[in-house]
Design a protein around this ligand. Sequence first.
Ligand SMILES: Nc1nc2c(ncn2[C@@H]2O[C@H](COP(=O)(O)OP(=O)(O)OP(=O)(O)O)[C@@H](O)[C@H]2O)c(=O)[nH]1
Ligand SMILES: [Mg+2]
Length: 455
Amino acid sequence: MQDPDTICVISSALGEAGIAVIRMSGPQAHSILKAVFRPKRPVDSFISHHLYLGFIANPETRETVDEVFAVFMDGPSTYTREAMAEVYSHGGISPQRQILSLMVGHGARIAEPGEFTKRAFLNGRIDLAQAESVLDIIWSESDEETRSALRHLTGMLSERIGTAKDHLKQALANIEASIDFSEEEIEVEGRETIALLESTRGTLQDLISSYTEGRAVKNGFEVLIVGRTNVGKSSLLNALLMEEKAIVTPLPGTTRDLIEDVLRVKGIKLKIIDTAGLRTPRDVAEKEGIDRVRKKIPEADVILWVLDNGEDYLDEDEQIYHDIRAKKIVTAINKTDLPQKLKRELITTKKLAPVDVCALTGSGLDELREALYQAVVGKEQKSPAILITNVRHRDALIKANEATQRAVSCMTEEQPLEFTAFELREALSRLGEITGETCTDEILNDIFSRFCIGK
Ligand SMILES: Nc1nc2c(ncn2[C@@H]2O[C@H](COP(=O)(O)OP(=O)(O)OP(=O)(O)O)[C@@H](O)[C@H]2O)c(=O)[nH]1
Ligand SMILES: [Mg+2]
């Protein structure tokens, strides 16, 4: 179905820049551009997907607006599958605006946010999950986030869901056929169908479980710096960030608030949080600070436990270990420039491999970054997993999984086959919501309204 409107928009960021991209999509995209574009060298006809140097000019006043590159693209080999045209103008605000208004003056209308991608979806070039990943790529802040979104864009998620759907359809076909079968045949078929459904549930469950990790890739992994007062937690934060973010003083009990910043290690986003030193609080502010750390510990992905090389291992340190031992811990022994007083055996017997660092000189920081990186992504790097990062996808998967589970129960409890068929159709419809086959207009509008203008 071709949309009758031709839409146009400035696709590059608004404001001044070297170059701006202005694009059109729809049946009139080529004729509108031809009306306002004068190629430097006359051409008989424009070849699709070739770049032409020329001028954008107002055909009525003959006034030149800008010198540009223009490209005409025939559908369906375009982003939207429709005929498209793009202009690469100088990035000044005035030429961009004038070019756009010339396009509008010749019959295009300004696109709504996400309308190009919505057309790509409606015209069947990408499915809904892929369309959403376009948004994730635009918004991604870390390389790992981009990689994850790109896996969705290339259809890896859709493929996995497609396989689950094929299995469910196969099961449904078995059920529908067996309505005419004998008792014995039904039993054999039934075992096969249950096995098929159980394996589908495994696939769905894996995807659902990947959500936690997927969220972390998207939002950043939380690294909570924890330790006794004065061991150099704030100094380490500053050294890792290479800026004086947190206040450092020789007095114990300096930090009270949670101080947070983003650290990027090999393309991974780490949300690193400095905290109040843990000890018996001396005043209300310190007590509040310590309460906040304790509340935060269960939520963190990794605890960066800091110890002081120049001090004895105290009961307070042991208490801290007790509080964090259930978590993934990276241990840093700081102040390695000072003579060693810390009994290292006490750490190594806990099966922790401490990293020696010195916040003052910066030694050991690379090793510490590597240890943090390994702690958060070690396992994920081995297989480029498909991570669910979108709550809408997760909810649909959970519902599909539940329906599949109910279908299996119906079968084992030997309930009427229609009940199983009903649940299987429900599961299929839930999976279809992810890719957009069974999606309401409301959901579609909600998704595309979150897009930025120009996409
Ligand atoms: N010699 C030496 N001193 C350090 C090192 N790192 C930090 N310090 C000093 O240790 C003192 C405490 O440092 P902070 O970074 O404020 O320690 P903290 O753990 O954040 O302390 P609280 O916020 O009070 O819990 C300061 O005087 C730092 O200069 C180090 O590697 N070597
Ligand atoms: Mg501090």
